[in-house]
Write a protein that binds this ligand. Structure first.
Ligand SMILES: [Fe+2]
Length: 217
């Protein structure tokens, strides 16, 4: 059992506001041996080609942000971030057909298949971060990076937050209550972008196009 006492012994791992520290046991912050395991899971859960292409872009964006985090001297596992992003929409096809939360479903499948809770966090929280945003370098954490990367990917195109918001409003903003919920998410993602930009000294983050030549294969 990882407790607050354990947390104090390992100051290098950022504590996330509201997120139980036991979600970050050090032996589970390892990445998978290969991205091929993610691609096998795509096949196993019948991920359509368009969601695969979208996931590759999200992984590319998340991976590049994680590299900048590492360059800034903040501890992060860049392979784990990329793999979590590759899996973030694992439950999407199923939930489109049968309903339910694709984030919760996908995260459960990732845990069942890999036993890696850190990997599953990017899947579980890629729609909305349910607590106050972490402060300081902890904003540069796996689930926040995957969440942000997903909001920069409109299908398989890298876009600004504004373009992505317009797309989401068109697709899902059919009634006042969904629009109200989405406005909350838009506000959060803009706060995340501002915090990441400040933390990484990345002034043009919103305009940055994340070079497609570095796409994950
Ligand atoms: Fe996505």
């Amino acid at each position: 059992m990882h407790t607050a006492a354990t947390k104090a012994k390992d100051p290098e791992l950022p504590a996330l506001n509201g997120l139980p520290y036991l979600a970050f046991p050090s032996n589970e912050t390892c990445a998978l041996d290969s991205d091929a395991i993610c691609y096998d899971l795509w096949q196993q859960y019948s991920m359509p080609k368009n969601i695969q292409d979208h996931s590759k872009l999200v992984a590319n964006v998340a991976w590049q942000i994680a590299q900048r985090v590492l360059d800034a001297g903040i501890k992060i596992n860049v392979d784990l971030v990329r793999q979590s992003a590759l899996l973030h929409d694992l439950g999407k096809a199923y939930s489109l057909e049968y309903g339910g939360s694709h984030a919760v479903l996908g995260a459960a499948w990732v845990v069942a298949a890999t036993g890696n809770y850190a990997l599953a966090q990017g899947v579980l929280y890629h729609v909305y971060w349910p607590w106050d945003l972490p402060e300081g370098p902890a904003i540069c954490s796996l689930p926040i990076i995957v969440l942000y990367a997903d909001k920069r990917a409109k299908h398989a195109d890298c876009v600004t937050l504004e373009e992505r918001e317009e797309d989401l409003l068109l697709r899902y903003g059919s009634n006042p209550s969904s629009r109200k919920l989405m406005a909350k998410g838009f506000e959060q993602i803009r706060n995340i972008e501002r915090a990441l930009s400040d933390c990484l000294d990345w002034g043009d983050l919103d305009a940055y196009s994340f070079d497609s030549r570095r796409l994950v294969n």
